[in-house]
Design a protein around this ligand. Structure first.
Ligand SMILES: [Zn+2]
Length: 169
């Protein structure tokens, strides 16, 4: 456009057809420039939209990173608490196990290994808390007649039954 305009302003072109053609080219270039400016505006709007999306996603990513850190800290603390509780329970278990006759302890460990880690269960109102079977009245009668130090077992799951005041005996 600058070159064409300089050429036009120089007055060196005398031919009217050449002048007309030059003017037409200038008009065409002006339209082209206007079109390109529209495209530029559109692209700038898209850039702004993308920048806003980047800002939002960055904010979300930072929030998630914070949350992950908080959760990791929580997991770490809970794991430490569980480990401490396990050590305490292990110590208590060792003290209790030391008072139990070895043959009964052996029986308990065998049943425990065969029954998902539960070798003994309370008898609660005539029901074995290990397998949830309500014992028949004849069985309750037999358990009632058993000596207090006898090892009694559930006839269904064979777990050792622990008598409590709520056993229903
Ligand atoms: Zn049972």
């Amino acid at each position: 456009m600058t070159r064409d305009r300089e050429l036009l302003d120089s007055g060196s072109i005398g031919d009217p057809k050449q002048l007309q053609s030059l003017q037409a080219e200038l008009e065409s270039l002006a339209r082209r420039q206007s079109d390109l400016e529209d495209v530029e505006l559109e692209i700038m709007e898209r850039v702004e939209g993308a920048a806003a999306a980047v800002a939002q996603l960055t904010e979300e990513r930072d929030a998630l990173a914070n949350e992950r850190e908080t959760l990791a800290t929580s997991v770490h603390e809970q794991r430490a608490a569980i480990d401490a509780e396990r050590r305490m329970v292990d110590e208590q278990r060792a003290v209790i196990a030391g008072d139990i006759p070895s043959d009964l302890m052996g029986l308990y460990d065998k049943i425990r290994a065969d029954h998902g880690g539960v070798g003994a269960a309370p008898l609660h109102r005539g029901t074995c808390e290990g397998c949830r079977l309500t014992l028949p009245p004849t069985e309750i009668e037999a358990l009632r007649a058993a000596p207090p130090d006898a090892v009694i077992r559930c006839e269904e799951c064979r777990r050792i039954l622990v008598r409590t005041p709520e056993s229903g005996l």
